[in-house]
Design a protein around this ligand. Structure first.
Ligand code: C2E
Ligand code: MG
Ligand code: MG
Length: 648
């Protein structure tokens, strides 16, 4: 591997010449002394040679000999120096090769290993002495086949190099992937004299890449393949699918009211619930079905090799029943139901995107039809999905163009029939579609983030309204305003309320904020802090729709509340169903034991009102008394003199 520089070569020639000169000098001296001796002996001359006398010749030859000797000595020194330098350089190169991170093999033209470096020994576990003379192919893992190796060497012979990934076997028998580069070394005539192969063990890099790939294609919570994996799975299935021959079904499974669980019990419980349901659904999958998690509480099942639609229905039934089994999560027994939308290939779409979109529309239709059911896609469903999108863009305009209005529903004191408060209920006065109920647009506003602006507008308008009534000498009691969870969790929510009270000059005790159970049960400590700050300001606090969430009694005690609003669903059968009656009785008792005032919502008839009166549930709200009406109309309801005679 070492080379002697060109100038050193020239010096060597010079020294060789000097050596010849010396030999010539000695021979010449020898020849001269013989000649001079013989001639002086013969003719008695004084030993003169070509006009130069003998001592001068002697001196000249001596000088030549001396110079030549010096030159030879210097030449030898240089030669040995050069060799030493070459040895040093060679050792350095060897060390460099041995310190290289990559394993190296040097072979002769017949691919017999001549030398290997330390990294080779480390990577393969073979000592150099064990592999010298072997061919690298002998050390390789057989799974590539002989042809593969032959092709590689042929490629190197033809192109001078080859690079790629190879599986190899270490001395201990373990198999590992390596990134390898083979280069041919040529002589001056262009013939291959050696091959150099360098390689590195890439099992770690490969494992890492596989880990990244796994993470990119799997959901960490449930370990299910994710949306990305779903897309590639569908691409692979549909790539070679022939309409009329192949059929597949795609179902989107959305958990009903999952948000309530998440909000009430916290994300941790929500996550455990999702993981458990994923496990149960996963156990229902077989070779022709595959489960994915789209995100949140949405799952997808792809059913390929579908021979009859009935098979989908059978699977849906199985999934609904395993999801419906009670889940014991953090001391709560949760009952979950799904809404499922199904699209079929090729009827409802021939590409993955269309199948997903249409199954999604079918899922929304299942939800709209009362949840806990499934629907196959139908063309009319796309119209509903479009309507929803349209609604979202219209809602932005509604806010900007003041199309929202507040209606007010009075709350009555059952003991004296007086209006003691009103609840502000938002409506959308749509220029074409007329008055739209909050249930039709509040969920959309919550989804698209508009709820913050909408909520702010409601709070400000309601406070301004009470201020205006007070200024006009009208006392409608407290103004109850519904606060959405997203609004309540804004870090500056307390500040916003304080600002609005200051801006409108409304006494804080005239404002009541209605918050649902799920809003406060999520992040309990933060909720308690917010509630305490509001309470300290003098604002009244009520839990709305009480009984529909997952309140924990121990937490309820910690919330600085004023009222519980019993959800209207509990009141519905209270006059006919003894069980419903005892449920409401126990809610009233519970509220009382917590020192809270009770408000019954949705009182629709006299019997319900009477029942509540016997329970001494003093505050009521419902169509039996008043419907929500505009601000101008509501001031006419100062007092309900005899609630019993009001129209049912
Ligand atoms: P909620 O806060 O529980 O409001 C009471 C709902 O019950 C109102 O429906 C009201 O009209 C209705 N209601 C009152 N008495 C009766 C009755 O006797 N029978 C029946 N069947 N219903 C009765 P509305 O106005 O459609 O509001 C529905 C829900 O929309 C509200 O429920 C509340 O959760 C939400 N909402 C309304 N306005 C706002 C708002 O400004 N902000 C937020 N975040 N949500 C609001
Ligand atoms: Mg309310
Ligand atoms: Mg309510």
């Amino acid at each position: 591997m070492q080379q002697i520089p060109a100038f050193a070569g020239r010096k060597l020639v010079l020294f060789a010449f000097a050596a010849i000169l010396l030999i010539w000098g000695i021979l010449a001296l020898d020849w001269w002394s013989i000649n001079s001796h013989s001639s002086s002996e013969l003719d008695g001359s004084s030993g003169e040679f070509m006009g130069v006398d003998a001592p001068s010749w002697g001196f000249l030859l001596f000088a030549i000999g001396l110079v030549a000797t010096l030159l030879i000595v210097e030449g030898c020194r240089l030669l040995f120096g050069l060799r030493e330098q070459a040895n040093r350089q060679f050792a350095l190169q060897r060390r460099m090769i041995d310190h290289a991170a990559e394993a190296m093999i040097l072979t002769d033209a017949a691919q017999r290993i001549l030398t290997v470096n330390a990294a080779f020994e480390q990577t393969t576990g073979y000592r150099a002495s064990e592999v010298l003379g072997l061919t690298p192919t002998k050390l390789c893992e057989e799974h590539h086949g002989l042809n593969f190796h032959r092709n590689v060497w042929d490629f190197v012979a033809e192109h001078g190099h080859w690079e790629g990934e190879i599986w190899d076997r270490r001395k201990d028998g373990s198999i590992y992937p390596k990134q390898m580069r083979i280069a041919a070394i040529y002589d001056d005539a262009g013939l291959i004299t050696h091959f150099v192969a360098t390689f590195a063990d890439i099992s770690e890099t490969k494992a890492q890449a596989e880990r990244f790939d796994y993470l990119a294609h799997h959901d960490q919570l449930t370990n299910l393949p994710n949306r990305l994996a779903l897309d590639s799975h569908l691409d692979a299935l549909l790539d070679g699918a022939v309409p009329g021959i192949n059929r597949l079904a795609l179902m989107i499974i959305d958990l009903d009211n999952f948000k309530t669980v998440n909000d009430s019990l916290g994300h941790h419980s929500g996550d455990r619930l999702l993981a458990e349901l994923a496990r149960r659904m996963g156990a229902e999958m077989d070779r022709s079905t595959r489960l994915f998690r789209l995100g949140g509480d949405e799952f997808v099942v792809v059913f390929d090799q579908l021979d009859r639609d009935n098979a989908v229905v059978v699977l849906v039934d199985r999934l609904v029943s395993v999801i419906g089994l009670p889940c014991e999560i953090d001391g709560h027994s949760l009952h979950i139901t799904p809404s499922i939308g199904i699209s079929l290939y090729p009827e409802h779409g021939r590409d993955g995107l269309t199948l997903i979109r249409n199954a999604d529309a079918a899922m929304y239709a299942a939800k709209a039809a009362g949840r806990h059911n499934y629907k196959f896609f139908a063309d009319s469903m796309n119209a509903a999905a479009n309507k929803r999108l349209h609604l979202e863009s219209e809602l932005w305009r509604a806010l900007a163009e003041n199309q929202l209005v507040l209606h007010y529903q009075p709350q009555i004191d059952l003991l004296n029939g007086k209006v003691v408060g009103v609840e502000a209920l938002v409506r959308w006065a749509h220029p074409v579609r007329g008055m739209i109920a909050p249930a039709d647009f509040i969920p959309v506003a919550e989804e698209c983030g508009l709820i913050l602006q909408l909520g702010h507008w409601v709070l400000l308008t309601a406070c301004r309204q009470v201020r205006a009534w007070l200024d006009a000498g009208i006392d409608m009691g407290e103004m109850a305003v519904n606060i959405s969870a997203h609004q309540f969790r804004q870090p500056d929510f307390v500040q916003t309320v304080r600002g609005i009270l200051a801006e409108t000059g409304l006494p804080a005790d005239r404002l009541e904020l209605e918050i649902t159970e799920s809003t406060v049960m999520h992040g309990v400590d933060a909720a308690i802090q917010t509630l305490a700050q509001l309470k300290a300001m003098g604002v009244r606090l009520a839990i709305d729709d009480f009984g529909t969430g997952y309140s924990s009694l121990s937490y309820l005690r910690r919330f600085p509340l004023d009222r519980l609003k019993i959800d209207r669903s509990f009141l519905a059968d209270v006059d006919t169903d003894p069980e419903a009656a005892s449920l409401v009785t126990s809610i009233v008792m519970l509220g009382r034991s917590l020192g809270l005032q009770l408000v019954a919502e949705g009182v629709e008839n006299f019997a319900q009102a009477e029942f509540l009166r016997t329970l001494e549930c003093e505050r009521v709200q419902g169509f039996h008394f008043y419907q929500p009406v505009s601000a101008d109309e509501v001031i006419g309801f100062g007092r309900c003199e005899d609630y019993a005679v009001l129209p049912a």
